[in-house]
Design a protein around this ligand. Sequence first.
Ligand SMILES: NC(=O)C1=CN([C@@H]2O[C@H](COP(=O)(O)OP(=O)(O)OC[C@H]3O[C@@H](n4cnc5c(N)ncnc54)[C@H](O)[C@@H]3O)[C@@H](O)[C@H]2O)C=CC1
Ligand SMILES: O=P(O)(O)OC[C@H]1O[C@](O)(CO)[C@@H](O)[C@@H]1O
Length: 382
Amino acid sequence: MKAVHFGAGNIGRGFVGLLLHEAGYEVVFADVADALISQLASASSYDVHEVGENPAVKTVDRFRALNSSTQEAAVVEEISTADLVTTAVGPHILKFVAPVIARGLAAREPSLPPLQIMACENAINATHLLQVEVRAAWDDSAADLDSVAVFANTAVDRIVPNQEPGQGLDVTVETFHEWVIDRTPFGDHVPDIPGATFVDDLGPYIERKLFTVNTGHASAAYFGYAAGLEKISEAMADPSVAAKVRAVLEETKELLVAKHGFVEAEQEAYVQKILSRFTNPYLPDTVVRVGRAPLRKLGRHERFVGPAAELAERGVTPVALLEAMSAALRFDDGSDDEAVELANMLSELDAAAAVERITELPPSHPLFPAIQKLIEDRKAEA
Ligand SMILES: NC(=O)C1=CN([C@@H]2O[C@H](COP(=O)(O)OP(=O)(O)OC[C@H]3O[C@@H](n4cnc5c(N)ncnc54)[C@H](O)[C@@H]3O)[C@@H](O)[C@H]2O)C=CC1
Ligand SMILES: O=P(O)(O)OC[C@H]1O[C@](O)(CO)[C@@H](O)[C@@H]1O
């Protein structure tokens, strides 16, 4: 079995690549980072160091690596004979890998079973986004896309920090991991990936993951950044930051329980587990990494505006979520392109226009005035 995996970064090597390797796939990593690909191409293995409770070291071998920019034809050829394609490149990058996948699909022998495609990104229905992009690059006169490819949404959860310099290809990760995959598109041909969980209704799982793990983690990052702290574990050790993060997750818990019918005690246990993961002192994770890309994170269906908007629609005024968004608006790490773009928007646009541009909420939305007020306050400081 062969899998082509786009994105040989933290999640690519430390999570998806590892689980596919353990499932028996030969993994072909495709990435545009030339130095990384050269290193992978000349290595015969790398280690994944799982740190925290029950630490372990796992070795990944039987992989190859290609530069999907300079060796695109080779990647297309690999896809044409692969069983599976996965991505961990970032939601905004899916549109760039989609045309390569479309070319690979077009080059497949018609007798091959449909290619199974899963985007492993932190976004609701990321695979669907990828599917839309592949369809846009697809020549319908050749074959029906749905007859040559199966697209399944997934939720991926494992904290993989940026790696320390000098670590080579090895990756340090937390011990916890969860890969939940929508079973329904596969019919009778569900891939055999022992480390993954296949479910019939992914929606509640993905919202629970994004609005608990990612909302909580990003809150810890923005509150920690505002408090001048460097590491996530330091932020969580600060009682004021920890209380604010807890309050945010109380609000998302209220929504998740009301919307999806999760049992409150189970959701509370999930929250506790997540909070304990954030405090893992063995993970060298920084507020700057976890807070990266604030514009994406303030998007309409993302971890803050998504749950806050739904609460507002239900007549509940979020408080802690708005406080987290307020902190996100102050995330001004100069090395983060989106933080710089956000700062420019805040200085160039009036508050109402900034709300629309950043969150895509219409002025008629019940959450709009509260975010407008946050932005007015932020602008008044500048
Ligand atoms: N790191 C984490 O803890 C988690 C990350 N995720 C998600 O996984 C995805 C990847 O995140 P990370 O691995 O942390 O980021 P990363 O930056 O470590 O890895 C992304 C990789 O994608 C590559 N890439 C960029 N453009 C590309 C292109 N056009 N074609 C092929 N490769 C390309 C980059 O060179 C890089 O190696 C994101 O969507 C993130 O939200 C999900 C769960 C946890
Ligand atoms: O690109 P994003 O959305 O920041 O994704 C990375 C985040 O995903 C998570 O691993 C959660 O699964 C966070 O711990 C991590 O910060």
